[in-house]
Write a protein that binds this ligand. Structure first.
Ligand code: IPD
Ligand code: CA
Length: 278
């Protein structure tokens, strides 16, 4: 039998966090949790897998599509006026005005296919192009992360904070930008610099989960040279609300309308070395 999280026992959003938007947040959490059950109970032997964008390592399964369809239906019932942007339809609707959901139904699709047991469901709600709510669920760990702009970041109902350790006492986690061959050399050059400056390196295979790992202080530095908005829309708000640094490599705000590099870090990490030239 599956564990029931502390967060669930408490009935969702803690009492002291109930404020405008929290009903919506709670509903999104329940929708995302149910999608986690689909991922957890999936019969992967029955999952059809297809190559995306002509890249043999960029895959989509029938489960990615099914979870996205469910999210689309249920999230738009909560907010029928909202735009919906999801990885598996590759729809880039305008999010600059009004409300929008930005969704990655299974972040860590390769992990899912391989049964590596590290994939998450990621949902951000934006208003006029700015994230207001973020929910990321790791069903394998039964970890529900969420944030509401201005109200902090939480995991299973407990407030989370980024690490305040320097990188020399910390871990670097990274994404290899595996779908972009032209970024491989630079990714591993930067990784080598991080390796030299931190205790060790890790690679989870889910960018959204990596951002939660930074937000919860389990690692000090994360970078990836190219991510899509659905990879970081929710996680970037969670990092920010946990007191962390989040930007493109070299500075500059993340852009929710197109792909960009991402660096996230704890409060005491100086990320400027990532801009140094070879
Ligand atoms: C990928 C994962 C991976 C990251 C890639 C993403 P997907 O998302 O987040 O960790 O390195 O850049 O595209 O394809 O599994 O949804
Ligand atoms: Ca993704």
């Amino acid at each position: 039998m599956r564990r029931v999280s502390f967060f669930r026992q408490c009935g969702g959003v803690p009492e002291n966090c109930r404020m405008e938007g929290s009903t919506m947040l709670q509903q999104i959490i329940e929708i995302v949790r149910a999608c986690g059950e689909i991922v957890l109970n999936a019969d992967r032997t029955q999952a059809e897998t297809e190559i995306k964008d002509g890249q043999s390592n960029n895959l989509v399964t029938t489960y990615d599509r099914a979870v996205q369809q469910r999210l689309r239906t249920q999230l738009l019932q909560l907010a029928p006026q909202a735009h919906f942007v999801g990885e598996e339809e590759d729809v880039h609707e305008s999010i600059a005005r009004g409300d929008a959901f930005i969704v990655d139904p299974i972040d860590g699709t390769t992990n899912f296919i391989k049964d590596y047991q590290c994939s998450v469901i990621s949902v951000a709600m934006t208003r006029d192009g700015v994230q207001q709510l973020a929910v990321i669920y790791n069903p394998y760990l039964d970890e529900m992360y969420w944030a509401q702009r201005g109200s902090g970041a939480f995991c299973n109902g407990k407030r989370i904070h980024v690490s305040d350790r320097p990188l020399a006492q910390g871990l670097t986690i990274f994404g290899s930008a595996a779908y972009y061959d032209e970024l491989t050399d630079e990714s591993f050059r930067l990784l080598r610099m991080c390796f030299d400056r931190s205790m060790d390196i890790r690679r989870s295979g889910s960018a959204a989960f990596d951002l939660c790992t930074i937000a919860s202080g389990r690692a000090e530095l994360y970078f990836e040279l190219r991510l899509q908005p659905w990879d970081y829309a929710a996680g970037s708000l969670i990092v920010q609300e946990a007191g962390g640094q989040i930007s493109r490599i070299g500075g500059g705000a993340l852009d929710l309308t197109k792909a960009c590099s991402v660096v996230a870090a704890g409060s005491r990490v100086d990320t400027r070395f990532l801009c140094s030239k070879p």
